[in-house]
Ligand binder design. Structure first.
Ligand SMILES: Cc1cc2nc3c(=O)[nH]c(=O)nc-3n(C[C@H](O)[C@H](O)[C@H](O)COP(=O)(O)OP(=O)(O)OC[C@H]3O[C@@H](n4cnc5c(N)ncnc54)[C@H](O)[C@@H]3O)c2cc1C
Length: 432
C-alpha cells in the first residue's frame, strides 16, 4: 500500500524497486503499453484482467512521474449526460472497491462534492445533472443555505449562490496511489513493468505493428497501446500518423494550513467562476480553468521533449480571487506548493480511444481532456471494449479514425482543443 500526498511524484518505493529488478526490462511481448501514468497503468490492468496475456508496460521515466503526478485527483460522478454519469459511477465503484478486490488501495476518499450555481442558467444545468442522476441512480440533493453551511462551513459567504447540488458519493483519490495500485495489480496478473524504457521507434510492416525500439534494442510486438499523455501525438507520429492530441497547461495551488480545510470537506466546484477546491490535509487546494489557456502545438513535441511547466502566478491569483469571493479569509493564506502539467485535449472534447484501422495493432488511449485520473478506469473500460468483437456505437465514436486521414489543420485543432479547456466548466462568460 502506498500513502502519498497529492502531487508527490513517483509510484512508491516498493514498486519502483521491484520494477527496477531483473524482469523489468523491455522484451518481446504481444502487447506493449507505452506510458505508465494513470491511463497506461489502467490500460495494462484492464487488459490483463480482461484475459489478455503477454503484456508489458514501458515508461520513459518512472511510473506516475508526469501529468498524473500533478493531478488534484477529484472524481466527479454528477454529469449532465447519462453515458458519462454511468461511466464515472462505474469508475468510482472500482476506486472504492479496488483494495478489497486486489489488496491495493487507491486512497479514494468519499467526502462528497458540492456544485454551486450562481445564475439561472447554471441552476438549469444543475437541474439537468440532478435529472440524469435520478436515471443513473446517483444520490444527489439540492441543499438549503443552512445545509450548505453545515456541510461546508469554510464557505464564509453564500450570498449570490442560487443553488448547490450535493452528491455524497463523489470524492477524490491520490493519483500516486491510483497508479501504484493499478500497476501492482497488473503485475500480479503477469504484466511486466519496465521504467526507464523510452520508446524511440514503432516498427510498421505490411500495414501492421511489428516492433518497438528502445535504447535496449528492438523488440517484437503485435499491439502497441499509446498512452503517453502529452507525448501521445509524438508517439503516433513514430507510427506515421497524425493525431490532434493537444497539451494544454493546467495548474492549481495548495496553501499553508488553514483552519477547517480538513481532508473530508466536500470537493467544491463553482463553474461560473471556473474554480474548484478541496481540503488537502488541512490546506486549501484550489485550481481552475482560465479563459485563455496555454497550449502546445503537438508538432513541436517530440518523444524526447521534457515538457516542463512553470506556475503562472497571475492565473493562480485569479483562481484564488474567484474562490476568495466565498472565502475572503483565503487572501491571508500563503501558498505552499503549486502543481502544473500538460493534460491533453482533443478538438471535440472526447476521449481518443481504440484501434487505428489503417495500421493493425496500433491503438490509442489518450485525450483525457483533464479527467484522465478520474476517468482512467472508464477510459480503460472503453479501450477493452474497443478491442473486443462488438464495441458499442458510443465506443466506436471515440475511435482515432475520426481524425484519419488528416483533413483538419493543426492550427484549427490546437485552437479548438484549447477552447475545450477554456470551457471545461459550461457557460463560460456568464456574469457571476
Ligand atoms: C494540475 C493538474 C490537475 C489535474 N487534476 C485532475 C483531477 O482532479 N482529476 C482528473 O481526473 N484529472 C486531473 N488532471 C488531468 C490528469 O492529470 C491527466 O488527464 C492524466 O494524468 C493523464 O494521464 P496519462 O497517463 O495519459 O498521462 P501521463 O501521466 O503524462 O503519463 C504519460 C506517461 O507516458 C510516458 N512516456 C512519454 N513518452 C514515452 C515514450 N516515448 N516511451 C515510454 N514512455 C513514454 C511518460 O513518461 C509518462 O509517464 C490534472 C492535471 C493537471 C496538470
Amino acid at each position: 500500500m502506498y500513502q502519498i500526498a497529492a502531487g508527490q511524484a513517483g509510484a512508491g518505493p516498493e514498486l519502483r524497486q521491484e520494477a527496477a529488478g531483473s524482469l523489468a526490462k523491455p522484451r518481446d511481448a504481444e502487447i506493449t503499453v507505452i506510458g505508465g501514468g494513470a491511463v497506461g497503468a489502467a490500460a495494462a490492468y484492464f487488459l490483463a484482467r480482461g484475459g489478455y496475456s503477454d503484456i508489458q508496460l514501458l515508461d520513459a521515466r518512472g511510473l506516475c512521474e508526469a501529468t498524473s503526478s500533478q493531478a488534484a485527483g477529484m472524481v466527479g460522478q454528477a454529469r449532465p449526460t447519462v453515458e458519462r454519469a454511468r461511466l464515472t459511477m462505474a469508475a468510482a465503484e472500482l476506486y472504492r472497491s479496488f483494495e478489497v478486490s486486489t489488496g491495493y488501495s487507491m486512497d479514494y476518499r468519499e467526502c462528497g462534492a458540492i456544485r454551486i450555481a450562481l445564475s439561472a442558467a447554471s441552476v438549469a444545468e444543475l437541474t439537468q445533472i440532478a435529472a440524469t442522476a435520478k436515471v443513473t441512480g446517483l444520490p444527489v440533493e439540492f441543499l438549503t443555505d443552512a445545509q450548505l453551511r453545515d456541510l461546508c462551513p469554510v464557505l464564509e459567504r453564500t450570498d449570490g449562490i442560487k443553488a448547490a447540488l450535493w452528491s455524497p458519493t463523489c470524492g477524490y483519490l491520490q493519483p500516486n496511489s491510483l497508479v501504484a495500485a493499478y500497476a501492482s495489480a497488473a503485475r500480479d496478473l503477469g504484466v511486466t513493468i519496465a521504467p526507464n524504457a523510452a520508446v524511440t521507434g514503432i516498427g510498421i510492416g505490411h500495414g501492421a505493428v511489428q516492433a518497438i525500439s528502445t535504447k535496449e534494442g528492438k523488440f517484437a510486438t503485435e499491439q502497441v497501446i499509446i498512452a503517453a499523455g502529452p507525448w501521445s501525438a509524438a508517439l503516433a507520429k513514430l507510427a506515421g500518423i497524425e493525431l490532434p492530441i493537444v497539451p494544454v497547461l493546467h495548474e492549481y495551488f495548495v496553501t499553508e494550513p488553514v483552519p477547517g480545510w480538513h481532508a473530508d470537506l466536500p470537493c467544491l466546484r463553482i463553474p461560473e467562476v471556473q474554480v474548484y477546491a478541496r481540503g488537502e490535509s488541512g490546506r486549501v487546494l484550489c485550481g481552475g480553468f482560465e479563459n485563455q489557456g496555454t497550449s502546445l502545438d503537438p508538432r513541436t513535441v517530440t518523444v524526447a521533449s521534457p515538457l516542463p511547466a512553470a506556475p503562472d502566478w497571475d492565473i493562480l491569483a485569479g483562481f484564488g480571487a474567484s474562490l476568495g469571493r466565498f472565502v475572503p479569509s483565503l487572501s491571508e493564506a500563503g501558498v505552499s506548493t503549486t502543481f502544473q502539467g500538460w493534460p491533453t485535449f482533443i478538438p471535440d472534447g472526447r476521449f481518443l480511444v481504440g484501434p487505428v484501422s489503417a495500421i493493425r495493432g496500433l491503438v490509442l488511449a489518450a485525450g483525457c481532456n483533464a479527467h484522465g485520473v478520474s476517468g482512467s478506469a472508464g477510459l480503460a473500460m472503453h479501450l477493452l471494449e474497443s478491442l473486443g468483437p462488438d464495441p458499442s456505437p458510443y465506443v466506436r465514436s471515440l475511435s482515432p479514425d475520426r481524425y484519419l486521414p488528416r483533413t483538419w489543420s493543426w492550427e484549427d485543432a490546437e485552437r479548438q482543443a484549447r477552447a475545450v479547456y477554456e470551457t471545461y466548466y459550461p457557460m463560460p462568460g456568464v456574469p457571476a
